[in-house]
Design a protein around this ligand. Structure first.
Ligand code: APR
Length: 227
């Protein structure tokens, strides 16, 4: 199975911003205020406003050819899709079992009792948890300092992968940034598909906009089921 890790660059051409490129999200917002538990505790309204904007943008976005190409690989049973992205464009393109290690914009959870449910388009600090009643609704997104979802499953899949591919990620945030090194240690070939080299230690790289490079790469895999 091919292990495919994706980042914000996969959805850039669908109009969703990346984080660290010029003009990226972290150049417009202070991540300590909107993407940490401490920032949420200090000012939950500011966090809700940040994620309402991102949820609206994500709801209006459409998958690009890269999302469809990856969803096709998953449907053919030749790849597992692990994403750092919180949009659901891979699902919109037909993928059915994406592992969102940083959570999802279209889910919310209660910071008091941890119950999770589908997010409305807009949330506010005045929303009450439907289970415990606490005014503690927050995005079901993994913030800095929190433990990403699915780490055991990810490492199990990585250990048996035939190829590790990172698409549209700067490789700056761990543990995702460490998977290429883990793959190399395991003797698994590694490929980066990105707008430009991220500096990660990959065996091979394909560079250019994902909406072109990803479908072209998938084409090279042919239609025969891969080992
Ligand atoms: N096609 C392919 N790659 C692209 C494109 C594109 N059209 N546009 C940008 N990129 C690449 C950039 O070159 C960069 O390497 O996508 C990468 C985006 O990097 P980041 O903005 O750092 O996003 P990402 O790697 O996903 O960030 C990881 O950081 O802030 C946290 O939780 C957040 O999941 C996010 C994590």
């Amino acid at each position: 199975m091919i292990f495919i890790l994706t980042g914000a660059g996969l959805s850039a051409e669908s109009g969703l911003g990346t984080f660290r490129d010029t003009g990226g999200i972290w150049s417009k917002y202070d991540l300590t205020e909107v993407a940490t538990p401490e920032g949420y505790a200090r000012n939950p309204a500011r966090v809700h406003e940040f994620y309402n904007v991102r949820r609206r943008n994500a709801a209006a976005a459409t998958p690009n050819p890269a999302h469809y190409a990856l969803a096709n690989l998953e449907k053919r049973g030749v790849a597992r899709l692990i994403t750092q992205n919180v949009d659901s464009l891979l699902e919109a393109a037909g993928a059915s079992s994406v592992l969102h290690m940083h959570g999802q914009l279209d889910r919310v959870k209660c910071a008091n009792c941890d119950v999770r449910w589908d997010a409305p388009l807009e949330t506010s600090a005045d929303d009450a948890c439907p289970t415990c009643g606490a005014l503690a609704v927050r995005p079901d997104v993994v913030w800095f300092g929190e433990i990403p979802y699915g780490l055991d499953q990810i490492e199990t899949w990585l250990a048996t992968a035939s190829l590790f591919v990172a698409i549209g990620t700067s490789g700056t945030v761990y543990p995702a940034a460490g998977y290429v090194d883990m793959a190399r240690t395991l003797g698994i070939p590694t490929l980066e598909i990105n707008l430009e080299p991220s500096g990660g230690a990959f065996d091979d790289g394909v560079y250019g906009p994902a909406s072109e490079t990803v479908p072209n790469w998938v084409e090279t895999l042919g239609t025969s089921p891969l080992r």
